[in-house]
Design a protein around this ligand. Structure first.
Ligand SMILES: NC(=O)C1=CN([C@@H]2O[C@H](COP(=O)(O)OP(=O)(O)OC[C@H]3O[C@@H](n4cnc5c(N)ncnc54)[C@H](OP(=O)(O)O)[C@@H]3O)[C@@H](O)[C@H]2O)[C@@H](O)CC1
Ligand SMILES: [K+]
Length: 494
C-alpha cells in the first residue's frame, strides 16, 4: 500500500526513531538521498541551494556539502543562500552548517543575479511551516518561481501544507518544484489540490526505515491493488444479464447530453444494459449510441438495477419527485450533480440518504461538496481529506470529492487520494462519464468502495492514455473518455 502520512504521524514516527538512532542520523540520510536525487536531475554544474532556519534547511546544507565536495569527484559549483533562525542552531544543524562551510560551496548574502542555475535545491521550509511566507522570504520564493529553472524540493515545496496540498495562506506563496524528494513517508498534500502542481514528480526516500517500523497511515494513494479483487477476465458462459443494468436519471430541457455521457461511461465499462431515463424525454433513440435505451423518468421503473441520478437533472418538481423515489427505493445509487444540490437544500433528503441500507456513491465537485456541508468551497479545498471524510460519515456513503487528486472517503473513515488523471479532465461532461463508470462497476457487482476507487482510477487513467496519444490535455473532450476507459479497464482485467 502506498501510505500517505500526515505531519502529526511523521512527527510521531520521528519521535519514536529518535530514541533508537544516533542524533543526526536521519538528517544525514535525508541529505544523502537528496544529493543523489539532485545529481540525477543535474545537467550542468551551477547549483543554488536555499537553506532555511529549521531542519529542512539543515537537510539542504547537507546536500550543499555533498554536492560541493571536497570529498566527491563529481563536484558541482554550489552557491548557498542560508537563513539562520533567531535561536541558536541545534547540534545537528551546527554540524551540517560546518560541513557546508568546510566544502567548496560559496555562501551568498542575497539571491545572486543571473538565471543560469542548472538546479535549485529548495530547503527553505518543510513540515514545520505553519504560517504564510512574508516579506523577504515571500519575495525570494516569487523570484525563484520566475526563474523557471529545475527545482528539487526537499520533503515538501516550501510554502505548501503537507497535509492538505493548500499553499499556506491567506494569499500565500510556495516554491514550484520540478521534483520533490519526501522523507520517511509520502504525504497527502503532495498529491491533491495545489500539491500536484507545486510538488512535480514525487519521490519517496524512506531513510532506511522499513515499512514494518511505521504505524498504519491515515490515508493512501489509489492503485489497482485496492480494487483488484473485482478485476477478472469474463467467463465465456455469460450473458448481458450477468453484468447488471444501469439507468441514468437526468436530462432536463437543454441538458440531454449529460445523461448520455454518463450512459456511455456505463456502457463502455461493461454494464449489461444501459438506460437513460430523461426528465425531459427528447428522443426515442440515441443514434450515436443505439445500445442505450431511452425512457421517460416519470414512468421508469428501474427494478433492481443501479441508478446514476443527477446528470443534467435540473431542480424541477419532477426532478425532486424522481430523486425522492430513488432515495426511497433499494437500488444502489450513484448521486451526482443536480441531485447533490437538491439533497444539499433538503435536510429531509439528507436524512433519508443517511438512513439507506443500499450502497451509495456521491461524486461532488468542491462546490457541490461545500453546499452539502454548508460551508464555502474554499473551506472544502482548504482540507479536502477532512471534507470528504466528513461528508462520507454524515451521509453514510462513499464520497468521491473531485478535483486535482480526487479524494475518495467512506463512512468508516478510510481516505484514498487518486493519482491518475490530468488537467484534460477539467472539461464539461467529464464528471458525468465518471458517474456512469461508478454505476457500471456497481451494477457489475463491485462493492461501493471498490467501485468508487476503480472508477476514479480508470477515469483518470483514460485521460492519461488520451494525453499520451496526443488527444489532450488541451481540448480533450468528455466524449472521448468512455472508449479510453474501456481500454484501461480491459488492460487491468487482463
Ligand atoms: N521528520 C523527520 O524525522 C525528519 C525531518 N527532516 C527535515 O526536517 C524538516 C522539519 O524541520 P522543522 O521541524 O525544523 O521545520 P522546518 O520546515 O524546517 O521549518 C521550521 C522553521 O521555519 C521557521 N518558520 C516557520 N514559518 C516561517 C515563516 N512563515 N517565515 C519564516 N520562518 C518560518 C520556524 O521558526 P519559528 O516558527 O520558530 O519562528 C523554524 O525555524 C522536514 O521537513 C525535513 O526536511 C529530515 O532531516 C529527516 C528527518
Ligand atoms: K522545502
Amino acid at each position: 500500500m502506498k501510505s500517505l502520512y500526515s505531519v502529526a504521524e511523521i512527527r510521531s514516527i520521528e519521535h519514536a526513531l529518535a530514541a533508537t538512532l544516533p542524533a543526526g542520523t536521519l538528517m544525514r540520510r535525508a541529505g544523502e538521498a537528496a544529493t543523489s536525487a539532485a545529481r540525477d536531475m543535474l545537467a550542468g554544474h551551477k547549483v543554488l541551494v536555499l537553506a532555511g532556519p529549521g531542519n529542512n534547511g539543515s537537510d539542504a546544507l547537507e546536500v550543499a556539502a555533498n554536492l560541493a565536495g571536497p570529498d566527491t569527484d563529481a563536484q558541482a559549483d554550489v552557491t548557498v543562500l542560508y537563513f539562520p533562525g533567531a535561536a541558536a542552531p541545534s547540534v545537528e544543524t551546527a554540524q551540517a552548517l560546518a560541513r557546508a562551510r568546510a566544502s567548496k560551496a560559496h555562501f551568498a548574502g542575497t539571491l545572486p543575479l543571473g538565471r543560469d542555475w542548472s538546479l535549485i535545491v529548495d530547503g527553505l521550509f518543510g513540515i514545520g511551516l505553519e504560517r504564510p511566507l512574508a516579506g523577504a522570504m515571500r519575495a525570494l520564493v516569487d523570484s525563484i518561481n520566475e526563474l523557471g529553472r529545475p527545482v528539487l524540493a526537499l520533503d515538501v515545496p516550501s510554502g505548501l501544507d503537507a497535509d492538505t496540498g493548500a499553499v499556506i495562506g491567506p494569499d500565500g506563496v510556495a516554491i514550484r518544484a520540478t521534483r520533490t524528494i519526501t522523507f520517511i513517508g509520502d504525504k497527502p498534500g503532495l498529491h491533491t489540490f495545489e500539491g500536484r502542481d507545486y510538488a512535480g514528480q514525487v519521490q519517496l526516500a524512506p531513510l532506511g526505515i522499513d515499512p514494518g517500523q511505521r504505524p498504519p497511515a491515515g490515508a493512501c494513494l489509489n492503485e489497482p491493488a485496492l480494487f483488484s479483487l473485482h478485476l477478472a477476465p469474463r467467463r465465456q458462459n455469460s450473458h448481458k444479464g450477468s453484468f447488471g443494468d444501469v439507468a441514468v436519471i437526468g436530462g432536463a430541457k437543454g441538458m440531454a447530453g449529460a445523461p448520455l455521457l454518463a450512459a456511455r461511461g456505463a456502457l463502455f465499462c461493461g454494464a449489461g444494459r444501459v438506460f437513460v431515463a430523461a426528465i425531459d424525454p427528447l428522443t426515442a433513440v440515441d443514434f450515436a449510441q443505439p445500445e442505450i435505451m431511452m425512457r421517460d423518468a416519470q414512468e421508469f421503473d428501474s427494478g433492481d438495477g443501479t441508478l446514476v441520478i443527477g446528470p443534467g437533472m435540473g431542480d424541477s418538481v419532477i426532478a425532486m419527485r424522481v430523486l425522492f423515489k430513488a432515495l426511497e427505493g433499494t437500488a444502489p445509487l450513484v448521486i451526482d450533480a443536480d441531485a447533490l444540490n437538491l439533497i444539499a437544500a433538503s435536510p429531509d433528503l439528507q436524512g433519508r440518504l443517511a438512513q439507506r441500507a443500499a450502497p451509495a456513491i456521491l461524486t461532488p465537485h468542491p462546490l457541490e461538496a461545500a453546499r452539502l456541508l454548508g460551508v464555502t468551497s474554499s473551506v472544502v479545498q482548504g482540507d479536502r481529506l477532512a471534507a470528504a471524510r466528513e461528508l462520507a460519515s454524515r451521509l453514510n456513503a462513499v464520497v468521491v470529492l473531485k478535483g486535482s487528486g480526487s479524494v475518495i472517503a467512506n463512512a468508516s473513515g478510510a481516505v484514498v487520494i487518486n493519482p491518475t488523471g490530468n488537467a484534460g479532465l477539467a472539461t464539461a461532461g467529464s464528471g458525468d462519464v465518471l458517474a456512469g463508470i461508478c454505476g457500471s462497476l456497481l451494477a457489475q457487482g463491485w462493492e461501493a468502495w471498490e467501485a468508487a476507487l476503480g472508477a476514479v482510477w480508470v477515469h483518470g487513467a483514460a485521460a492519461d492514455r488520451l494525453v499520451a496519444h496526443g488527444s489532450g490535455p488541451i481540448g480533450l473532450t468528455a466524449g472521448e473518455l468512455p472508449l479510453a476507459a474501456r481500454a484501461v479497464l480491459n488492460a487491468l482485467a487482463r
